[in-house]
Design a protein around this ligand. Sequence first.
Ligand SMILES: [Zn+2]
Length: 105
Amino acid sequence: MVTSNHHKKYRKHRRYRAPRKRGPRYICPVCEKPINVVSTAIIHKETSKKAHFDCIIKELKKSYQLKPNEGICYLGGGGFGIIETSKGDRNKGFVIKKRIQYETR
Ligand SMILES: [Zn+2]
């Protein structure tokens, strides 16, 4: 039996492969800029693509026509809430007026 170990030395050089671009780049469908931090991205409802968290907030604000004392906060689990900040009572902070289930998981 002849060992063929020495053949390994003469292996042809592997063709140089261009390094792959890392992962798919997500482009925000709202502002059309790349999303750098994907973990905070929210799935955009209309396009079902990942979008910036801030862009989703902006869209929600537009579509719900918030009053000056209202805002939107993230409640977790793909849900947002329309919050109303109370003027006088500082300890109270805000109340959640409406829940918006945005992402379905
Ligand atoms: Zn965006």
